[in-house]
Design a binder for this molecule. Structure first.
Ligand code: NAP
Length: 246
């Protein structure tokens, strides 16, 4: 389904990004696995994909760094000649009630989740416009739609990603580039591992399907949005949350 495609997945050393990278590679794409700090884990993902016969490259880049992103995308284009798919998945949380939230924790989350998404769209678009073809998938969150106590910074960043997705979809549609967002609910990764048992119980109680999702639940949807078959879908937000936010 993705044979011959060049796909960049940010934050693919762990969790959802890793699952997306593995899925895309299994469908025939050459995948560039991006990470920020977890070099060893990124190399492990590479080995896993290669063992399954996939094509993969690992590249470090802090997506919140505008200049580093420019260099990152230039290097990819130099090496592979094109970029067909970008998944803006890299993200962080720095939770806390608003009255206690530090300026630094607010800024850092916005910088990685929102500005990082802008940086990558900014530099991939130039190439996709030339190609007159491309798929951009941005990782939002149900929290960006519904809000969440203790996550004002994160919710704002993920709501911003939705606005960014719709704006980019409108700017890029005439050149055959689609831009969509995925809004996951609670997914089993390092990000949700930190939740206490009490919070997990309360969270599961809010999910009609009665369980946290798996990274593969998100990867399957990302593969569809990245495919030729999804060519008439743009500017949309796909909720994958077991029915948590309808
Ligand atoms: P995770 O397990 O914590 O993994 C985060 C990934 O992002 C890691 O690969 C990390 O790389 C990378 N990353 C962080 N900061 C980066 C930066 N500045 N530059 C490049 N890469 C960076 O998170 P996850 O749960 O898989 O979440 C993935 C995405 O889904 C995030 O955008 C998150 O907000 C969103 N999401 C997750 C859930 C959930 O329940 N898990 C729900 C809704 C939305 P390093 O390891 O190198 O730091």
């Amino acid at each position: 389904m993705l044979e011959g495609k060049i796909a960049v997945v940010t934050g693919a050393s762990r969790g959802i990004g890793k699952a997306i990278a593995c899925k895309f590679a299994s469908l025939g794409a050459t995948v560039i696995i991006n990470y920020n700090h977890s070099a060893v884990k990124a190399e492990e993902v590479k080995s896993q994909i290669e063992a399954a016969g996939g094509c993969v490259e690992v590249m470090q880049c802090n997506v919140s760094d505008y200049v580093a992103c420019e260099v990152f995308f230039k290097e990819i284009i130099k090496k592979f000649g094109r970029i067909d798919i970008l998944v803006n998945n890299a993200g962080i949380t720095k939770d806390g009630l608003m009255m206690k939230m530090s300026e630094e924790d607010f800024d850092q989350v916005i910088k990685v989740n929102l500005k990082g998404t802008f940086n990558c769209i900014r530099f991939v678009s130039r190439q996709m416009l030339k190609q007159r073809q491309g798929r951009i998938i941005n990782m939002s969150s149900v929290v960006g739609v519904a809000g969440n106590a203790g996550q004002m910074n994160y919710a704002a960043s993920k709501a911003g990603v939705i606005g960014m997705t719709k704006s980019a979809a409108k700017e890029l549609a005439s050149r055959g580039i689609t831009v969509n967002a995925i809004a996951p609910g609670f997914i089993e990764t390092d990000m949700t591992d930190v939740l206490s048992d009490a919070v997990r119980e309360t969270s599961v109680a809010q999910i009609p399907l009665g369980r946290f999702g798996k990274p593969e639940d998100i990867a399957n949807a990302a593969a569809f949005l990245a495919s030729e078959e999804a060519g008439y879908i743009t500017g949309q937000v796909l909720h994958i949350d077991g029915g948590m936010v309808m």
